[in-house]
Design a protein around this ligand. Structure first.
Ligand SMILES: [Zn+2]
Length: 214
């Protein structure tokens, strides 16, 4: 899956922009649909109980709460949880910020800092380091927590870290079209993938940092 040839130490990100083109091998969904619908906002589409396969129906389980999908056969309540994601704003050796251009929907062709969903049982910080390595090839040191972002009606909760590149080689994976370094003053604000991308970069550049809870 990976398309960088090697990842040696130490890294030397001296070029102003390191860009490698990739062919998006992954089939992408029609943009007019997926650009407005996050893939994890489709809770209404679940039809069958994950426990017994019985039909789900929407029921008011507790007064004051939203209706939940409940299995008509075994009574299993299907709580649709938020999706926890991490993002890593990486300062390269040249002092610039590393962004990747997405080769998948949602946000195809738009810029984002490396990130992705946290696996169950994985710590947030491990996920942040892993995603940085997978998406842009860099080994990073996490320097601080920038902020946590959530939005009404949206499934993802995005935890954004500030990081410094300490090794690896800037490259791309199959979810990216290209990787580039940007001066803070040259961030492509009109070409960012998500609201959390915008908000995270804005807060990072303003200097917002929290201590990472141990
Ligand atoms: Zn069931």
């Amino acid at each position: 899956m990976r398309r960088c040839e090697r990842a040696g130490l130490p890294v030397a990100l001296s070029r102003r922009t390191i860009v490698r083109r990739a062919i998006a091998r992954r089939t992408v969904a029609p943009r007019n649909l997926m650009s407005t619908l996050h893939p994890h906002d489709d809770s209404h589409s679940y039809r069958f109980c994950p426990r017994c396969g019985g039909p789900l129906e929407r029921r008011l389980v507790k007064a004051g709460e939203p209706e939940r999908p409940v299995c008509a056969r075994c009574g299993f309540i299907f709580y649709i949880d938020p999706k926890i994601a991490v993002g890593t704003i990486i300062q390269s050796a040249s002092g610039r910020l590393v962004l990747v251009r997405r080769a998948i929907e949602p946000g195809y062709g738009k810029w984002v800092f490396p990130g992705g969903y946290v696996d169950r049982g994985e710590t947030l910080t491990s996920a942040a380091v892993r995603e940085a390595r997978e998406e842009c090839g860099l080994e990073v040191r996490l320097d601080g927590l920038v902020n946590i972002y959530s939005y009404p009606g949206r499934a993802p909760v995005i935890v954004v870290y500030a990081a410094t590149a300490i090794g690896g080689m800037l490259c791309i994976d199959d979810e990216c079209l290209e990787t580039a370094e940007f001066d803070a003053a040259a961030i492509p604000w009109d070409g960012l993938a998500f609201r959390s991308t915008h908000d995270g970069l804005r807060d990072y550049i303003s200097g917002l940092r929290h201590i990472i809870p141990s």
